[in-house]
Design a protein around this ligand. Structure first.
Ligand code: ACM
Length: 278
């Protein structure tokens, strides 16, 4: 299977240009699965919720999904792309999965970062995995990475490849994805953007360095800090399906959820207060 990230620069608010550019990048490449950045069509740094609402689209009837569906059909590929979603009077920072047969599903960002809390509603559906035939994929968006539970939830549900649309502003994620892929034995495609959003005196710089990371934590491709690019990598999915670390240790079967804090608050509380178990 061939997987790819599409690292783009984005001009804030110039949806048609941004979508066309990303579409052309996909049309000029060959892969089974492409991942585009978070909010790849609008830009990231909204001034307020009403501006986000003005640029948000309904899924899948909006123009961005329409163009991506056309490209996915023409290239016979799957595309995961981040965009602002309008759903009635709710707004989500979402990513869509679109394939050769058209629109498939939407993930709504669960962990909103900083001012995103002013612009969007938090995702209202749990992490899920979807079987696209050649593999099972999970979707997450940018800041979701900082919560290990995000990728763990996807991996425990059987995801082989994590599609991670991002607009990273902190420099830690790319290195952290090495650990996330090591601890879950999955592939991850982090598609980040480059450039800056300069809005009303404020400026946000995005950190590029999109990355494809393999089970075991090996970096298969890393983009540059400041240029647009598509990187395609051939992967062998069997690497994500064997969760054995050695003959005695299994990444998932050796977990001890009954010993973990959130499942056993009263026991830990007893220990902390030196109360013997019942
Ligand atoms: C982020 O979640 N876009 C930093």
């Amino acid at each position: 299977m061939r997987i790819a990230f599409v690292q783009t620069n984005v001009r804030f608010g110039e949806v048609e240009t941004n979508v066309r550019k990303a579409a052309d990048r996909i049309l000029g490449s060959n892969a089974d699965l492409f991942v585009l950045p978070e909010l790849f069509n609008t830009g990231y740094y909204f001034l307020d919720r009403s501006e986000a609402e003005g640029l948000a689209e309904e899924i899948p009837s909006g123009e961005t999904c329409r163009v991506l569906a056309k490209v996915a059909k023409e290239k016979s590929c799957f595309i995961v792309a981040g965009l602002a979603e309008k759903a009635g009077n709710r707004l989500f920072n979402s990513s869509v999965l679109i394939g050769p047969e058209g629109y498939s599903t939407t993930y709504r960002k669960i962990h909103l970062f900083d001012e995103e809390k002013l612009w969007f509603d938090p995702g209202d559906t749990p992490f899920f995995v979807i079987d696209i035939g050649m593999c099972k994929i999970g979707m997450m968006i940018c800041f979701d990475w900082i919560f290990p539970e995000s990728m763990r939830s996807l991996a425990l549900q059987g995801a082989d490849v994590i599609c991670h649309s991002a607009n990273l502003v902190l420099p830690y994620c790319q290195d952290a994805m090495v650990t996330r892929c090591l601890e879950n034995n999955v592939f991850a495609i982090t598609a980040n953007r480059i450039g800056s959003d300069v809005r009303d005196g404020g400026k946000l710089d995005f950190t590029g360095k999109s990355q494809i990371t393999a089970p075991g934590g090996k970096i298969l491709a890393r983009g540059s800090l400041d240029s647009e690019q598509v990187r395609v990598v051939d992967i062998n999915l069997s690497a994500a399906r064997d969760k054995c670390i050695n003959s005695r240790n299994h990444l998932f079967n050796d977990r001890r959820p009954e010993m973990y804090f959130y499942n056993n608050f009263s026991l830990l509380n007893r220990k902390a207060n030196k109360i013997p178990p019942d």
